[in-house]
Design a protein around this ligand. Sequence first.
Ligand code: AMP
Length: 287
Amino acid sequence: MITLRSPRETQEQALRWKKEGAVALVPTMGALHEGHMQLVRRAKTLAPRVIVSVFVNPLQFGPNEDFHKYPRPFEADQKLCEQNGVDLLFAPSVEDLYPPGFNTQVTVGKLAQYLCGAYRPGHFDGVATVCLKLFQIAQPTISIFGEKDFQQVTILQRVTRDLNLPMAIHPEPTVRETDGVALSSRNRYLSTEERRWATRIPRALQIAKDWAGKEGARVGDVLDAATAELNASPLQIQYLTIASEDDLAPAGRDTRLSAIARPHLFVAAFAGTTRLIDNAALPGGTR
Ligand code: AMP
């Protein structure tokens, strides 16, 4: 495995590989876990060359968010990538990607206003900007993202279409612990107690799925059932929303599930100071 910091050298290598065949890119912020490795394994089935990027992107963090304390166990990340057959690990510094005078940003439209976007202003512009840069540098024919960040992958699919990028976005299902909690680099912030509270989240998703499958179910009923499960712990709900996968616009409480195209439940909640997100497709929709 090659490890490179330089965007230019990475781009040169990627362009050489692209002449021989497909290149898959897995963008990450490091602190790699099995969820990331699932993306790598998928990437290896989709292309003969796999590039992983590790970059904690300051553009996508708000002023009061965890940019500085975000875990950066680089040697462990490097080892995991090597063991999982990654061809190139691209690990630039902030200055490598944003040198003095950097002055251009991608602005995402409506899809970025809902859900996490409502609470993290500028977050998805930062994600779209860094991903567009990573796509230019790593020249992927396909890039793999986790559905754990469902709004992110939805937005990147739209960016790819809107800006005519000559590549595909592959969404990969969320990898979970045996108790259902989604793997996340931020889980390492959780105390034993907070980790226990987190199990309410996948349970709330399951309760919502059960309710949504009932004849005539309305959004309000499904949300109330899921809220009750979350509120049985000290978790603080930031949002709990049902939206169509097509436009991510929140559905009103009186709306019947059967009137929503591809209904999907989204949740963000704090366990202490750690923000956890999760989501699940719901039954009962029009498609
Ligand atoms: P991050 O390092 O958190 O920015 O995540 C990098 C990529 O890994 C994103 O596409 C995430 O959606 C994906 N990812 C993170 N956690 C999981 C998980 N538990 N299952 C599947 N993909 C994940």
